[in-house]
Structure formats: structure tokens, C-alpha cells
Write a protein of this length. Structure first.
Length: 109
């Protein structure tokens, strides 16, 4: 089978064992493998962004000094962060349930 997406490089030094360097798509044979690789990168990235949004909203809320507009801005950022967290968890759960139903990936657990 030709692996069109995967790349590899064989390095044969003058003295020593040859080394094979694989590209990031070396072990991807099907679409579900690609989806698993992408989601394993995007979910932690989204969680870090969520944490930054919550910190930013909390900072705005604490530094508002009673200004109603800044208090509402901080509350809105915190609310958006919580809604984003819920959507992130729902998307993860839905993708796992669909993977279980169609027999793709690890499934629910």
C-alpha cells in the first residue's frame, strides 16, 4: 500500500546505525487515524485557550473597581469561557459516541 501522506527519511551515518526519521503523518492509514491525531492536539489547545479566557475574565472582573461596564465585561468573558467548556466537552462526547456507533476509533471510553 502506498502511503501518500506519510513521509520518512533514512539517515545512514558513516559510523553507526542507520536512523529513520518519520514525519508526523507516518502512522496514518485511514481517515479516522487522521481525525484522532488532530483531536488529540486540538482538545488540549482548546483547554489552554479556555483557561486563558477565564483568567482574562477574572482579571477584568477584579480590576473593574465598581465600574458596571467592566464588571459586565468580565462576567461576559467568564460566561463565554464556561459555555465554551461545555461545548468542548459535548463535542468530545459526541465524537466518541459517533466513533462507537460507527466502529471508528476507541469509542466512548
Amino acid at each position: 500500500m502506498n502511503k501518500l501522506l506519510a513521509q520518512g527519511l533514512n539517515i545512514d551515518p558513516a559510523n553507526g546505525d542507520p536512523v529513520t526519521v518519520k514525519g508526523p503523518l507516518a502512522d496514518i492509514n485511514q481517515l479516522n487515524d487522521l481525525i484522532n491525531v488532530v483531536t488529540s492536539f486540538l482538545y488540549p489547545l482548546a483547554a489552554v485557550i479556555l483557561l486563558l479566557v477565564l483568567i482574562w475574565g477574572g482579571y477584568d472582573f477584579l480590576m473593574s473597581r465598581g465600574d458596571a461596564e467592566k464588571v459586565n465585561s468580565g462576567k461576559a468573558k467568564i460566561t463565554a469561557g464556561i459555555i465554551g467548556f461545555v461545548l468542548l466537552m459535548l463535542s468530545f462526547l459526541i465524537s466518541r459516541v459517533l466513533g462507537f456507533i460507527f466502529g471508528v476509533g476507541e469509542g466512548v471510553l
